[in-house]
Design a protein around this ligand. Structure first.
Ligand SMILES: [Zn+2]
Ligand SMILES: [Zn+2]
Length: 500
């Protein structure tokens, strides 16, 4: 679609070609100058179904199932905001939906809508194409408010002292619209820490989003929250989710799906802020910021915050240094195992590692073993199978990933060899954990802390062994061990653990 620039009550506006009186001087929207919003006509009888459909979202105009005349009328009355899909500045483009301004990530295509060569953003293509002729539309009129109901959390458990302190902080951050980092060690029960805050926000009629980089987490959290808040409509958003057109007061979303929202959420909770791909993907950080109301609270949750986050301004930090069961975190042992890669080439496992593993096999103890690469994984699985046949490997592209993890949980598999994909989110009671090749670059401080965090999580089996087999100790290994020791010390000083 093309647009004509006009004046309306003295203000520069654009008129879509379907509504324009003459077709002279029509331009792609990226080249037009106009006001994004017009003054609101308070008496305007806006169309409620359009409000229901559009409020909270920002979508390309072609995805809006209402007539252009209706949409434009809402714009003229100050109920709809028109924005350029791509902004052009000195011949440089920026995508307004995803924030991309890397010129390599724009491409040209012959465009049927504007009937010429048209630029589009490759970065957010998976969410539908944004062209230089795309208009983004969002609602800026009255919003339906959530009924200030008496919602009640059905899962308010007895929290540990550490959890309770953090839970109070979360409520305070929501009340005062602040930014808060909850730095909770692996296995401390960080989700429960949110419940009081969510309950408070729901009863205030606020719109809440729990965002996470990982679909797995959305799928895991949704049923827990539905159970905790049975009177609330919980909407879950991820790639193939059926909930995409629904609005709810409590949304659980992948960070990708936030690209569809605009100034919506009054409480934003970001779980696993340091997980892939959020920490390396500026687009997702942009999406998160655009989807929040300007006046909103932001709560980060993680066991392993990175430096950048820890140094950000206006951020309160609360730690939960101990696990719910009051046992200290297992501290990793370092064991030199020589040049393990060379050993593998000769189809041998390093001797110290074999002896560590045989001990576990004899005691019938389950082992989760991390290796740096898929190739290593395959070699190691073959070599271990000569010692114990109930071994298998799992990696990111493995189609049977879920099934294998399930079999490991059921103790049908005794030794599970994996790459870093299982560094988070796997909870199996009574296991020991090892890393073979802990000096590899892929094992960062946070990866190693997460890996060590797989051990001793269950109150029934609160201890276990973590061993890093290496061919040279790295800084990351040292930092990971220090971080764990520091948390144990803090927990002990605060009286949050019983043993030391
Ligand atoms: Zn884009
Ligand atoms: Zn075009």
């Amino acid at each position: 679609m093309l647009y004509s620039e006009q004046l309306y009550t003295g203000k520069p506006i654009i008129v879509p070609e379907a509504l324009a009186q003459s077709l002279i001087d029509m331009l792609p929207i990226s080249e037009c100058t106009f006001n994004e919003t017009l003054p609101k006509n308070k008496n305007y009888p806006y169309v409620q179904p359009l409000q229901q459909f559009l409020q909270h979202k920002r979508l390309p105009i072609n995805l809006i199932p209402f007539e252009i005349q209706v949409i434009h009328d809402h714009y003229l009355n100050g109920f709809i905001r028109y924005q350029k899909g791509l902004i052009k500045n000195n011949n440089e483009f920026q995508c307004q939906r995803c924030g991309n301004h890397d010129q390599h990530l724009f491409a040209r295509m012959p465009c049927v809508r504007c009937k010429k060569e048209c630029m589009y953003c490759r970065k957010c293509l998976v969410m539908g194409r944004v062209n230089a002729c795309t208009m983004l539309i969002s609602w800026c009129g009255e919003e339906t408010t959530h009924i200030q109901n008496n919602h009640h959390c059905d899962s308010l458990l007895t929290l540990s002292t550490g959890q309770q302190t953090a839970s109070n902080k979360v409520v305070e951050a929501i009340q005062e619209k602040k930014q808060l980092l909850v730095w909770a060690v692996c296995g401390s029960g960080k989700t429960e820490v949110l419940f009081s805050g969510i309950e408070y926000a729901l009863n205030q009629g606020l719109t809440i989003c729990i965002a996470t980089p990982r679909t797995d987490v959305v799928l895991e959290l949704a049923p827990r929250l539905k159970k905790a808040f049975p009177t609330v409509e919980v909407v879950s958003l991820y790639g193939n989710s059926k909930d995409k057109e629904r609005n709810g007061q409590l949304m659980i979303s992948t960070t990708h799906q936030l690209l569809r929202y605009y100034r919506t959420f009054e409480v934003m909770i970001l779980d696993e802020v340091d997980a892939f791909p959020y920490r390396v993907e500026p687009m997702l950080q942009y999406a998160l910021n655009q989807s929040r109301k300007i006046d909103s609270s932001l709560i980060y949750l993680t066991a392993t915050p990175d430096k950048q986050l820890l140094q950000s301004e206006d951020l309160d930090i609360i730690t939960i240094p101990a696990r719910y069961h009051r046992h200290p975190l297992p501290v990793p042992n370092f064991k030199w195992c020589g040049n393990w890669q060379k050993a593998l080439e000769k189809e041998l496992l390093p001797y110290v590692f074999v002896s560590w593993l045989s001990e576990r096999i004899d005691k019938n103890k389950q082992v989760l073993l991390f290796v740096p690469h898929i190739r290593t994984l395959e070699q190691v699985v073959i070599l271990i199978s000569e010692l114990d046949r109930s071994v298998t490997g799992v990696h990111a592209e493995d189609r049977n990933r879920k099934e294998k993890v399930e079999r490991f949980r059921n103790q049908e598999i005794m030794i599970l060899v994996t790459t870093t994909i299982l560094e988070r989110g796997i909870t199996v009671p009574n296991i020991d954990v090892a890393v073979l090749g802990a000096e590899d670059n892929i094992f960062t401080e946070s990866a190693l802390v997460q890996i060590a965090g797989r051990v001793g999580r269950s109150p029934k089996f609160p201890t276990g062994v973590v061993t890093f087999f290496h061919y040279g100790i790295t800084n990351e290994m040292v930092k990971a061990r220090r971080q764990i020791e520091r948390m144990n010390r803090e927990a002990s000083e605060k009286g949050l653990i019983d043993l030391k």
